[in-house]
Design a protein around this ligand. Sequence first.
Ligand code: MTE
Ligand code: HPA
Ligand code: MOS
Length: 752
Amino acid sequence: MINIDAKSHVRGESVYLDDIPLLEGTLFACVYDSQVAHGKLKSVDISEAKQCAGVVKIILAKDLKGENQIGGILPDEPLLADEEVHFCGMPIAIVVAETDEQARHAVKKIKAEIETLEIITDERIAFEKGSLIAPPKKFVMGDTEKAFKDCEHIFEGQTYSNGQEHLYIETQGAYTIPSEQGGIKVYSSTQGPTAVQKAISKVTGLPWHQIEVDVTRLGGGFGGKEDQANAWACICAVATQLTKKPVKYSLHRMEDMRMTGKRHPYSADYKIGLDKDLKIIAYEAVFYQNAGASCDLSLPVLERTLFHCTNSYFIPNVMATAYSCKTHLPPNTAFRGFGGPQGMFVIESAIAHAAEKLGVDKAEIQQKNLLQNDDEFPYGQKVVSEAEQSWHQADHKFDFNRLKSEAEEFNSSSKYFKKGVSLMPICFGISFTNTRMNQARSLVHVYLDGSVAVSTGAVEMGQGVNTKILQVAADIFSLSQERVKVHTTNTLRIANTSPTAASAGADLNGHATRIACEKILERIKKVASEVLEVNSEEISLRDGMVFIGNSPTEMTWVKLLEKCYEKRISLSEHGHYAPPGINFDWSTAKGHPFAYHVFGTAIIGVTVDCLRGTYEIDYVKACHDFGKTMNTAVDLGQIEGGIVQGIGWMTMEEVFYDGQGRLRSNALSTYKIPDVYSVPKEIDILPLETSRENLAIMNSKAVGEPPLMYGIGAYFAIREAVKAFNQNNFLQFDAPFTAEKVLMNLYKNQSN
Ligand code: MTE
Ligand code: HPA
Ligand code: MOS
């Protein structure tokens, strides 16, 4: 089945925020933001801006009717700067004008007097100064101190991984419309309609039932709109409340890049200990997360770094500590992988360190330590592991030794081009680590003409979740896909939603839809059994016809629905799903947080141009654990996109703030993401063969985030190629491995 949005995307008919027809009288908002990263806000002069043509209102913190607070986890994030500014790009004032151009013009006339205070941009400096978002988090298993005493080999080092700009094609934005009795209807490009509703409630003082949030789809979110869509929706809502007019704000690319947070940069210390057989006996890591100026989602991101700090390896003695460091950068936020990739980069670096010093192949250490069934993670959960299976099936299909010797052979006869190959196993836990967020609802109506309308809490952002949800309903009622429509995500139809995140959107909302459809089906079948005078168990529906056993009857799906209506049986249902068996207790830092894990093993090959420092990704070949995919095309699309995004983070995307906390990589000319030339020349995905049952919808495991982490392999493949050229250099673990850094490393400490 093709993605249900494919045709309307190609025709340009799909509706995004900017495609919503505007009501007459719509006003436009634009934000005046701080140019200083940290300072005392002495005064804001709006007198000149007020006089500008078309300006209707200028809103400052003091004008808000509700609280000046949008922090979702900690109340540490004002919507508008009040007494202090905390980062470059922090909103100070909202200009509301008759046209977008007029609003943007007037913003330039605002002046703020800011007394600069000390600016911290570096996480380690923040840590030294005691500037933390919250107390540290820690995972402990076994006894590392004791275990290190028994280790044959111990290696210690530091790593750094930089942030990443989400670069969703559709920038942040919102459109708010006044409704009766002082309410507000909100169109928002958000992954979290309820998060938007809650934040607007706070800043306007309106109760939740006065706020309707509606989302058709996003032009990408990647985590950047899990929490950070709230501010823009709040800005429009506040303006609508104060002007009683519809208000729209759609950010320009440079505003978006400057004012919103990104993937968290991490600095880390590691210590790894191995026995003489290369088994990893002990691992210690300390993570310093650069949270930015307020908490946002930094704490759950930090926690997931700990959850994934041992990747797909079993290590009996682990101590991992994580600090969320408060700096004067825009608050960093969720980004595909949610802290997991940052944790996995560190253990992969530690293993590379050990392998290089011991003169063994990194893959040998990786393979020797793969998780086995029933091994325990540092957080107490026992694993149902596919780590070895995916490794072996990938090896069988792609032949690791052949690929490695091809590279070696090439290198022996090539002076200025070198190839590198690296293996990257992944293990990613599926569920929100905050157990209570793992719930979802679905509203299903079966109409008397035989068509079906489904609404859930899931937000479509290109990942194909609506296609999967439609498949669930069509499958249960045995209807063709044209007879089912998945409608917009709307807080009046589905309340108290979790954001569409943690790769759990299809599982949670798919199961809720399954439950709703099954309940309706049960009632319908009962009516059919009464009319046809057989047992309900003998009834089934196939392609719009009622069957008794294997024999078709005269009764159509539509006729049966008429009978249900006649008998006054409800054809609607509100399904609720909460995955069973998950829990986590932070007082002991143990539990069973994940419904299941997704595994896979990739082999990545690169070629480095040793005169220029540039490189090409030759291939990514992976055996990936889909469970049993319910939509191959959608899932392969997710894998390809995830791999490319992961490679971008690890190799070329370089977020750069200067010492004053100003974003210098603030446009597409200075921030480079993978393009058609830099994507792998070949992506070959082999589905893991396994028949194990799991908690995924239709056994089709979540696929949104895990493949991103195959991209880490590209970093280590480039490292292999650089080492093939320059053996006299122990390279730092410093991502991304930009062409510039590659070039420096190719010629560092070179004796010949
Ligand atoms: N794919 C596309 N095309 N666009 C996106 O914004 N977001 C990713 C992933 N794949 C994203 C995407 C992220 S961060 C997550 S958590 C999941 O999709 C969310 O959707 P799911 O739960 O339905 O997998
Ligand atoms: N993953 C993604 N998003 C989240 C999570 C998580 O575990 N927790 C809260 N938001
Ligand atoms: Mo994804 S980072 O959980 O939105």
